[in-house]
Design a protein around this ligand. Structure first.
Ligand SMILES: Cc1ncc(COP(=O)(O)O)c(C=O)c1O
Ligand SMILES: [Zn+2]
Length: 412
């Protein structure tokens, strides 16, 4: 695995070796970006041979920043379903629409794609405890991968995090620290703690440059699915913007490897009440300013200050010719119902991808002729109460065959 050659700081361009245990750049505190020997891999790695390996994130191990294969911590994440949805395509008004359901990951959300990599690095570096701050999904993923590796975990979540997410984390054995405040306030305190050196936990949060690399496997899976001809557009929900930024990195790497010759337009969706990246995009800014967060049903996306990663997501949208859009809760619920009609049970924060596409198409910012992949990022079971309020369980209970027949005939 000498293909991973180390990191470059995106700010001061300082280089770091592949064996270093780093979060942000020690010099300028900017983000680190992993590098690979792409010219060497272009000559030695056959895309079809890689594609033929058994499924999951670790199929792409030459393109992941792992030094020791034996350290890999996996629950079978990645290679999530790609579902062609023709009815939904007609409703939204695009030629071809595919839903990639990351709800099918082991803990029910996209987070497993990246936490498998950070958990692996924790084992490589010899840590005993994994930690993160989280709107809920990352916490349950960190707890699960810690359990799988035989490690402990500590997670910090807003006090109003959906119960299923914290329940999952606790059941996996995490120590949960509930914090009053919204995610960005907690993120600021958590990062201060980690960088203070008072704890020696392995941070699986927003500063971990190894973790980012797991996110780019979206690009590999999507490109491979289309016979290495990526679709016109990939639509993804965003909180801090890591997923959009790193999926974009993945598409660029595929070009550098000579495996693809086109890239999709990266399209980012936030909740209209908490949309700092969308505002920065609309304003033509190159950095993302914090905003005052409003209430939203998309609780996993409630980051008011995306910080450095937000700027990278913005860059991905611009460079790819994509767009960023905010959606109202009403549109998110409609999108969840549209997904349900395709048999998909998706949490609000995951369904915004469909709501965003629909809004952009209606505004003429997406062409009718496009082939689009919407990534839906979390299971409906993760935010169950938000969905339970949308259905009515009948009061009536039948108690014999005659009543059962009458009820059956009544429902048609
Ligand atoms: C369900 C869901 N979708 C999307 C995201 C967005 O993640 P990112 O921070 O990569 O933008 C999150 C993050 O918490 C999430 O939980
Ligand atoms: Zn630097």
């Amino acid at each position: 695995m000498a293909n991973f050659t180390g990191f470059t700081c995106v700010g001061c361009r300082a280089p770091y070796g592949p064996g270093e245990d780093l979060l942000l750049c020690p010099v300028c505190h900017n983000l680190l970006e992993a590098n690979y020997d792409l010219p060497g891999l272009r000559a030695s790695l056959d895309r079809d041979a890689v594609a033929a390996r058994s499924s999951g994130v670790w199929r792409w191990r030459e393109l992941l920043p792992v030094v020791n294969d034996k350290a890999i911590v996996t629950l079978g994440e990645g290679d999530t379903p790609m579902l062609r949805c023709d009815r939904l395509a007609r409703v939204v008004g695009v030629r071809e629409l595919w839903v990639k359901s990351d709800a099918s990951n082991p803990t029910g959300s996209l987070k497993d794609r990246s936490i498998t990599v950070s958990a692996t690095k924790a084992v490589e570096f010899g840590y005993r405890v994994l930690s993160c701050d989280s709107t809920g999904n990352k916490a349950s993923s960190v707890a699960a991968y810690a359990a799988r590796a035989g490690l402990d975990s500590v997670v910090f979540c807003p006090d109003d995090t959906p119960i299923p997410k914290v329940t999952q984390a606790l059941f996996f054995g995490a120590k949960l620290i509930r914090v009053r405040g919204h995610y960005s306030q907690i993120n600021a305190m958590y990062r201060k703690l980690i960088h203070s050196g008072q704890v020696s936990w392995y941070d699986c949060g927003t500063d971990n440059p190894f973790r980012y690399e797991g996110k780019k496997t979206y690009a590999y899976e999507i490109a491979e699915h289309f016979g290495w001809q990526p679709p016109d557009r990939v639509v993804h929900p965003a909180n801090g913007g890591m997923s959009v930024a790193k999926a974009w990195k993945g598409f660029r790497e595929l070009q550098a490897l000579g495996w693809t010759d086109r890239v999709p337009k990266m399209t980012l969706v936030q909740a209209a009440n908490c949309d700092p990246i969308v505002r920065a995009s609309d304003a033509g800014a190159s950095t993302v300013a914090p905003i005052t967060k409003g209430p939203t049903v998309a609780s996993a996306l409630a980051g008011a200050d995306p910080g450095l990663l937000g700027a990278r997501a913005l860059e991905a949208v611009r460079e790819s010719g994509g767009v960023a859009v905010g959606v109202e809760d009403r549109e998110t619920f409609e999108a969840m119902e549209m997904l349900a009609r395709e048999g998909l049970f998706i949490e609000p924060s995951g369904a915004v991808a469909i709501a965003g596409l629909r809004r952009l198409r209606a505004a003429g910012k997406v062409d009718a002729d496009e082939c689009v992949v919407c990534v839906v990022t979390g299971s409906g079971f993760k935010d169950f109460d938000a969905i339970a309020s949308r259905v009515v369980i009948p009061d009536e209970v039948v108690s014999d065959y005659a009543e059962l027949v009458a009820a059956a005939l009544a429902v048609g």
